[in-house]
Design a protein around this ligand. Structure first.
Ligand code: HEC
Ligand code: HEC
Length: 292
């Protein structure tokens, strides 16, 4: 009796393991550390520009722009210098509305537009909860970043797909599922036409040309990188690339001609994307209207 009970249990376990659903924290780990690449901004780097893994998400890049000076804050669960004392609702609001909690340090202030809340507002409720569940599991690190300075009121450029929103029933279509991933990955924030601090998502979607100043002393010793045209244009864009070439660029940072892509293209994070997610991202990119 006892024996067969154990055997039955073991069988049940085996069956449930096989079909085991991801927990919210596992899903959040996947989103944060692949497509959403939060650490690309929020994780500190060593002198050679390499991410410091054991201080993940404890505060990272500083941005100096005409509109603001801001440093990506500590988003580990440290109660004093991180977001450990924030409620789930407060973290949710920071992510999708770009607003800080109405208490404590910098109470009620809007986050600088560099924090991609205009893209994250597209997150499906389950994915938003998953990101928060994962952030709760990250190692708490004590690190206070400098306060931001806002020079003009915060303005976020609305991203059409995020404004329209997504729901799971759309994901039967790989193109819409890819559009969702490209939205929450804020790919088009870097890759769209950009001038004087304003993104043109309507007529310049995927056009490229935005210039990113690289840190002084960056490994390849150059001062800037320029986001590429990733529209379906056959010569100016990636329309003539094979699927495999696009996947290689996104996950390994190797351009079609073999050149190594520079930061801030986050291929180190995208390297761990699932094949099905990559396939859908490519399917969507194929539909981005050609621009020269
Ligand atoms: C492009 C860079 C960038 C990316 C990517 C990014 N953030 Fe941020 N984030 C920032 C900056 C910069 C600030 C601070 C803005 C300010 O001080 O006004 C910020 C602020 C925040 C805050 C508010 C923290 C505080 O103490 O005020 C939270 C929470 C946050 N980010 C979470 C995330 C999460 C989670 C992700 C990934 C899903 C993410 N961010 C991706 C740049 C980024
Ligand atoms: C933080 C800004 C940023 C984000 C986010 C970003 N990219 Fe990039 N990407 C770049 C830059 C800059 C380059 C060019 C680097 C270079 O030429 O050395 C680039 C290059 C590329 C290339 C190579 C194109 C070519 O012609 O060489 C592809 C493809 C690409 N990105 C796709 C994506 C996709 C898909 C996403 C979202 C999953 C994404 N990028 C997110 C900045 C970004």
């Amino acid at each position: 009796m006892v024996r067969s009970g154990i055997a039955a249990c073991a069988l049940l376990l085996a069956v449930s393991n096989g079909a085991k659903a991801e927990t919210p924290a596992e899903r959040g780990n996947y989103l944060v550390n692949t497509i959403m690449a939060c650490g690309n901004c929020h994780t500190p780097r060593d002198g050679e520009g390499k991410l410091i893994a054991d201080r993940a998400l404890s505060g990272g890049l500083s941005f100096t722009t005409p509109a603001f000076d801001a440093t990506a804050p500590n988003i580990t669960p440290d109660a004093e210098t991180g977001i450990g004392s924030w409620s789930d609702a407060e973290i949710r609001r920071a992510l999708v509305e770009g607003m800080r909690p109405d208490h404590g340090h910098l109470s009620g202030a809007a986050l600088a537009a560099i924090m991609p809340a205009n893209f994250y507002k597209a997150l499906l409720p389950d994915d938003l909860d998953a990101v928060i569940a994962y952030l709760r599991t990250v190692k708490a690190v004590r690190n206070q970043v400098p306060d931001p300075v806002y020079k003009v009121p915060v303005r976020r450029d609305p991203y059409p797909d995020a404004e329209a929103g997504f729901n799971k029933s759309m994901f039967a279509d790989p193109v819409r599922r890819g559009a969702y991933l490209v939205t929450i990955g804020h790919c088009m924030e870097c890759h769209s036409a950009w001038s004087r601090g304003v993104s043109d998502f309507k007529t310049g979607l995927g056009h490229g040309g935005r210039v990113f100043p690289l840190r002084e002393g960056s490994p390849d010793g150059t001062a800037n990188s320029t986001a590429a045209n990733i529209t379906s244009h056959p010569t100016a864009g990636i329309g003539a690339w094979t699927d495999a070439e696009i996947v290689r660029a996104v996950t390994q940072g190797i351009a079609r001609d073999g050149r190594a892509l520079k930061p801030p293209m986050a291929y180190g994070y995208y390297a761990a994307l699932k094949g099905s997610d990559l396939a859908d991202i490519v399917a969507y990119l194929r539909t981005v209207p050609p621009l020269q």
